[in-house]
Write a protein that binds this ligand. Structure first.
Ligand SMILES: O=C(O)[C@H](O)CO
Length: 327
């Protein structure tokens, strides 16, 4: 007789995890699935049998009051690499493991960083607007962009994503500087031609493009504040694909308004989305995307498969491949 599949709680199909039926199907191969809204209809019935939560970005089941309704829960399997939306020590204190999906998100996140850099430097969105505006019959001078090829790129945070960004920048013959808590080994540096910059200030002073790829931790909150922005060249562009909290947004607005830096391209903000009247949404030298760094079909499939692998391991009592330990 086939063994009964364990139960998992996911978001509603059409919601985050299940935005493609296909993604929910990957989970359903291994789990009996309860969607969040069905769970809320009858928390007593479902709560006692759910052993895994599979969550993509923020999930309301991460709230302590809800977690307490899941006495059989063994694992909170989160999609993506950042777990800043989860209270890991609290979840662990309930005997529940936390897992993320590092590695599988790096390529698509590095791609979006390069996409933002290029789109901002070469004013691709403004170009599209002009090209599609029926009233426009000339190309304004303001559409002159910044040359990417041969420029200096400063990468803040040289983990997997930062490294993939460096690999991509080589194709643009960029001079690559990086700042990281720990220096990469000489082989890694050589392979991408990256130079370690112990001093963040030096990196900020010399880079034409700066990409932030650090994790959100208490140490990185506000890492780029008024002082750091003031060190950047007036021709420099700041790209953030990490978390909004790493940049002091008020200071960024001031720097962009005063044009003490040239532009910013942000896949992340704080909060997300920004209030509709936020000044960052009105500035002509800002490009914003709604945290879509990992949003590709193949990355999504890999993430969900990885969440399933982590969840199954926890349910079976095996070591969880991507377990996140409290910092
Ligand atoms: O952390 C990540 O992997 C992405 O930013 C999605 O949250």
């Amino acid at each position: 007789m086939e063994e009964e599949k364990p139960w998992a709680l996911i978001s509603e199909v059409g919601g985050d995890l299940g935005y493609l039926e296909e993604l929910a199907d990957i989970v359903k191969r291994h789990f009996q699935v309860v969607c969040y809204k069905d769970f809320l209809q009858n928390p007593e019935l479902h709560g006692s049998r759910i052993q895994a939560v599979l969550s993509w970005k923020y999930h309301p089941a991460a709230e302590p009051s809800l977690l307490r309704l899941l006495p059989s829960l063994k694992v909170f399997a989160s999609g993506g690499v950042g777990v800043d939306h989860l209270d890991v020590p609290f979840i662990n204190s309930l005997g529940v493991k936390v897992a993320n999906t590092p590695g599988v998100v790096s390529d698509s996140t590095a791609d979006i960083a390069m996409g933002l850099l290029l789109a901002s430097a070469r004013k691709i969105l403004q170009g599209h607007q002009i090209a599609t505006d029926p009233k426009t019959d000339h190309i304004p001078q303001s559409l002159m962009g910044v040359e990417v090829t041969g420029s200096t790129l400063g990468i803040i945070g040289m983990g997997d994503i930062g490294y993939k960004i460096a690999q991509r920048s080589r194709g643009f013959e960029m001079k690559i500087l990086y700042h990281n808590r720990t220096r990469r080994c000489a082989t890694d540096e050589h392979a991408v031609g990256a130079t370690f910059c112990q001093s963040l200030d030096d990196l900020l002073r010399t880079s034409d493009f700066i990409i932030i790829a650090v994790k959100l931790t208490p140490e990185t909150v506000g890492l780029i504040g008024p002082r750091e922005l003031s060190l950047m060249k007036p021709t420099a562009t700041l790209v953030n694909i990490s978390r909004g909290q790493v940049v002091d947004q008020d200071a960024l607005v001031r720097a962009l308004r005063a044009e003490t830096i040239c532009a910013a391209a942000l896949d992340v903000t704080h909060p997300e989305p920004l209030p509709r009247d936020h000044p960052l949404l009105r500035l002509p030298n800002v490009l914003i995307t709604p945290h879509i760094g990992i949003n590709t079909y193949s990355t999504a499939r890999r993430i969900v498969q990885r969440m399933v692998d982590n969840a199954l391991a926890a349910v079976r009592g095996s070591p969880v491949p991507d377990e996140v330990k409290p910092q």
